[in-house]
Design a protein around this ligand. Structure first.
Ligand code: AMP
Length: 395
């Protein structure tokens, strides 16, 4: 896998696809700089070599040109994180951009306007990709968050640089982390799959079931399994059309000698609210009118035991409705167990929007081995799919 570390970029103008799709508040201030910080090592490497960079990204889901989604809003934050002035151009292709690129000197950084102001970006238009490609001598993809999209700037553009393209350091480390979990793993391997629905994680479970030793299932999706096994789940979240599928997974796990750990007990509530009445109860004995919104204390003990006995850990999806104080404990305790296992030498990868939100909420993001910057992209990799943004660099 070729990364920017394999090249010297002296006098090279490098077009980098970054993922600066960052959250903004109502005053257009960046509320989380993680993705900008994550791109810094790649940018620094090229500038330190004596090259220049042209950064391109999308922001949000604009329908055509829309000031709300302009990348101009993030310029002060990008400058602060990179510790350098940047030149922002209010367009992504065309005369203005070409002139700015022609005038770009070694050591300088250009930031283009939101690529999604042009519908050509999302449809992977070759002509648009060619215009972006013409701006530089070399192409680097460092945008893991959009690596699962075959867009002009994430995949199609790479065809214009048959010999002068490579992975950025962020994208490379994301790929390595997933490989460490799925392919070059140190056993025992435990995958923790949580979240609302089994339907959104089914392809992940099917792909990892013969690669891991344990799968801890939590969150709303656990109740589809518990109901399928004949349990009473009251008014808990369930996908009735996935009951057979849940049984298939349990059978497949048994055949592969993969242990599936379902919740034993839960915190049940009489309403989906932090003000609800709550009780601890067996996970398969929830009365009507009550719903399981977190895993219970016995489950926490069991989960901790499994995690502490693991050398490789993947965490995707919360154990309960951790956004509400009354139902955060299962997710918090799971996170703490992963931190402890990591301290003991295990490799831990956390990915997927809600688990990342959870490790940030519980302030343990820097105490696990790796926190992924991509939600959908990570899920697709875990599903065993080939990602267009990665394939375009490899071919
Ligand atoms: P996902 O996007 O599928 O990973 O699901 C994450 C969401 O699932 C979070 O917002 C959680 O609040 C929610 N969730 C977790 N456990 C439960 C549960 N037992 N019942 C309902 N929602 C849940």
């Amino acid at each position: 896998m070729k990364t920017v570390n394999n090249y010297n970029f002296k006098d090279q103008k490098v077009v980098i696809r970054v993922d600066f799709n960052v959250p903004l508040d109502e005053n257009f201030l960046v509320t989380d700089v993680t993705r900008i910080t994550a791109a810094k090592p790649t940018i620094d490497k090229i500038l330190n070599d004596g090259g220049s960079v042209i950064l391109m990204s999308h922001l949000g889901r604009p329908k055509g040109k829309d000031d709300t989604y302009s990348l101009k809003h993030i310029v002060p934050t990008v400058e602060k994180v990179l510790g350098k002035k940047i030149i922002f151009i209010a367009d992504s292709v065309g005369k203005l951009v070409e002139t700015a690129s022609d005038n770009l000197k070694n050591g300088e950084i250009l930031l283009l306007e939101n690529l999604r102001f042009y519908p050509q970006e999302k449809v992977g238009d070759k002509d648009f990709a060619g215009k972006l490609a013409n701006l530089g001598d070399f192409y680097v993809n460092d945008a893991f968050g959009t690596a699962h999209r075959a867009h002009a700037s994430t995949a199609i553009i790479a065809d214009f640089f048959p010999k002068k393209k490579c992975f950025g350091l962020l994208l490379a480390s994301e790929i390595e982390s997933i490989n460490k979990v799925l392919n070059n793993n140190v056993k025992p391997v435990t995958a923790i799959i949580g979240g609302a629905k089994v339907s959104s994680k089914i392809d992940v479970i099917n792909n990892i079931i013969d690669k891991v030793d344990n799968i801890i299932i939590g969150g709303g999706m656990a109740f589809t399994f518990i109901k399928a096994k004949g349990g009473n789940i009251g008014n808990s979240l369930v996908e009735d059309d996935k009951l057979d599928l849940a049984l298939d997974i349990l059978a497949k796990a048994k055949a592969n000698k993969t242990r599936i750990h379902l919740p034993i007990d839960v915190i049940a509530a009489d309403a989906f609210s932090n003000d609800a009445n709550i009780m601890e109860i067996e996970a398969d004995d929830i009365p009507d009118g009550w719903m399981g919104l977190d895993v219970g204390p016995k489950t926490n003990v069991g989960n901790t035991f499994v995690i502490l006995g693991s050398n490789t850990i993947l965490w995707n999806g919360p154990m309960g409705v951790f956004e509400m104080k009354k139902f955060e404990n299962g997710t918090r305790e799971l996170g703490n167990a992963i931190v402890d296992a990591t301290q003991e030498g295990a490799f831990s990868l956390v990915g997927g929007g809600d688990s990342v939100a959870a490790v940030k909420k519980f302030k343990i993001a820097n105490r696990v081995s790796y926190v992924s910057t991509g939600g959908g992209a990570m899920l697709e990799m875990l599903e065993g799919k080939k990602l267009p943004g990665i394939e375009a660099i490899l071919k």
